[in-house]
Design a protein around this ligand. Structure first.
Ligand SMILES: [Ca+2]
Length: 218
């Protein structure tokens, strides 16, 4: 079989399964210099960290804490609902820290208590080495699967259960009473399940497979 034939079959298979990456788009790479309020809102359940802003020098959303204390900064997708089959990706650059400091996520207003990367009275399962981490979140009808690739390219997986089928999401940084940290976020991509109009556009005629007229942004 020629390479072209293999590629054709791979493409057809991907479209038929609804996992084509054609719909993936860059949500934000923080290159505008400021936080876009149409895309994000900052949230905390304690107080924000000393530094939490889009840093033009880093081209990223920057969080840092310079004075030991219990703080939290979470960047929530603003008015964006994730449906089963949707996925997203982002990078987390862990520059360093001391004491209790963790990378956290928020799925449907839950899971902020759970460390993914960092140190909280012990090394978190996602690792504690400084460097670039890559997160992939795959949403389904009972929560999401979180995959984190560590700087050494090893992978950490965690199941996040939820009673909701329509998901809100955010990611961010937490410190404990003795915590100092510097974690930055960048390169946020969303890979949505094809909308019915997209499927029709592809000539598949499978619109009936999906709920009509849904909108992610509202
Ligand atoms: Ca960037």
């Amino acid at each position: 079989m020629s390479l072209i034939q293999k590629l054709k079959i791979a493409c057809i298979g991907a479209v038929a399964l609804g996992v084509a990456n054609a719909n993936a788009f860059l949500y934000d790479d923080f290159s505008s210099g400021t936080l876009d309020p149409n895309k994000w809102f900052e949230s905390t359940q304690t107080m924000f960290h000393d530094e939490h802003f889009v840093n033009p020098a880093e081209g990223a959303y920057h969080t840092a804490h310079l004075n030991e204390s219990d703080r939290e900064t979470v960047l929530m997708f603003n008015n964006y609902i994730f449906y089963p089959g949707d996925s997203l990706e982002y990078d987390m650059n862990y520059a360093g820290g001391n004491g209790n400091r963790i990378h956290i996520v928020d799925l449907d207003n839950d899971y902020r208590w759970l460390g993914q990367v960092g140190y909280w009275n012990g090394i978190e399962p996602g690792g504690n080495d400084p460097g670039l981490y890559h997160a992939n979140v795959e949403f389904d009808n009972s929560g999401a699967n979180l995959f984190i690739t560590r700087p050494d390219n090893s992978e950490f997986f965690r199941r996040l259960n939820s009673s909701s089928q329509q998901h809100t999401f955010g990611f961010g940084t937490r410190t404990g009473h003795n915590g100092l940290v510097h974690m930055d976020y960048d390169n946020v991509y969303i890979n949505p399940v094809p909308e019915p109009s997209t499927l029709v556009g592809l000539g598949i005629g499978a619109a009936g497979l999906y709920a009509p007229g849904r909108r992610r942004r509202h």
